[in-house]
Unconditional design. Structure first.
Length: 327
């Protein structure tokens, strides 16, 4: 079992001055920063999303970045904007009966690409509670998400204080079955679509309500390689039956680095129609749950560029070895 670790860092404005007070979140854990510093006492060591929001006098700043407690980069710079060029936007969310819903809200300014953020719209006992925040003048894209309901996206032109009400419809339902490489139904497999998941029963069957109307279904279980992605399209309230996902036989990939310069590297791996980012420590890595067939792997550099790519072909029962360059 992995143990939680401490994660700390600093947050500044673009001019280099520390942010006096700010709200931050790493993964699902919330915190408060003071005098430019934040510290999470007990978080998982894997990469996750760090989100920061700060308001000081006439400026407001946001930050959303993928990072980890082990990352070398510990200083983060807010994307700042002038609050005087902003107006209030008020959002409420309800179901078709009018009952308020607690939902996630992501907003992105199309007029100022540096401005955007994530909020939670709350719900009262019956009616929705309004969530009011500042957005830049111009076009703003809003995305509202809640489990069990179809995701809603809308673009508005905001030139004055504005209110908008979202009505979320029940998400479509996808039913199917997961088989192993021998054609036997698999109990306890996980089925994913975007950020939503479900487990299979004793007959390998699953039911899933994805928030997005389009996406790809993938099944995975320990001891097997994940299935080939199956694209789906399901409208709100629609039921899609008969989806079949087939787990694949595991293959092994071992890798080393030709010019090791530090203890850990982030890698981008493409295999079996799936892309993932992983962390390699100690100068080597071993992946033992990849599907057979062609793939590629490369070091993800600090500036988000990819190092030289290495292509490979995985075969069940054999270990494939690669050597990666880090610059």
């Amino acid at each position: 079992m992995q143990r939680g670790v401490a994660f700390e860092g600093t947050v500044t404005w673009p001019d280099g001055t520390p942010v006096r007070e700010f709200t931050c979140r790493f993964g699902s854990q919330w915190g408060q920063g003071v005098l430019g510093k934040f510290r999470f006492v007990h978080v998982m060591p894997e990469e996750d999303e760090l989100w920061v929001h700060a308001v000081e006098e006439e400026r407001e700043g946001w930050l959303t970045v993928r990072t980890s407690p082990r990352a070398a980069q510990r200083r983060h710079v807010l994307q700042a904007s002038d609050r005087r060029a902003h107006v209030e936007l008020t959002v409420t969310v309800a179901d078709p009966s009018g009952k308020g819903l607690t939902a996630g809200l992501e907003w992105q300014s199309l007029s100022d690409p540096s401005s955007g953020g994530n909020l939670t719209c709350s719900s009262g006992p019956r009616a929705p509670e309004p969530e009011t925040f500042l957005v830049p003048l111009g076009d703003v894209r809003l995305t509202v998400t809640r489990g069990g309901y179809a995701q809603v996206e809308r673009t508005l032109t905001i030139l004055e204080p504005t209110s908008i009400h979202f009505v979320l419809q029940p998400a479509g339902l996808v039913r199917g079955v997961v088989f192993d490489e021998r054609g036997e139904p698999v109990e306890g497999a996980e089925v994913f679509c975007s950020n939503w998941s479900a487990d299979t029963d004793a007959q390998g069957r699953f039911e899933l309500r994805p928030a997005s109307t389009q996406g790809g279904l993938i099944a995975w279980m320990d001891g097997h390689a994940y299935s080939e992605p199956v694209p789906i399209s399901v409208a709100p309230g629609q039921v899609v039956e008969g989806v079949v996902l087939r787990l694949r036989e595991c293959c092994v990939l071992e890798g080393t680095f030709s010019d090791l310069q530090r203890e850990s590297y982030e890698l981008r791996l493409e295999a079996g129609g799936h892309v993932q980012e992983i962390e390699a420590e100690g100068g080597f890595f071993v992946l033992d749950d990849l599907p057979p067939g062609p793939g590629s792997v490369a070091v993800l550099l600090d500036d988000e560029r990819l190092g030289p790519r290495v292509d490979f072909v995985l075969t069940p029962g054999r270990t494939t070895r690669v050597e990666l360059a880090t610059r």
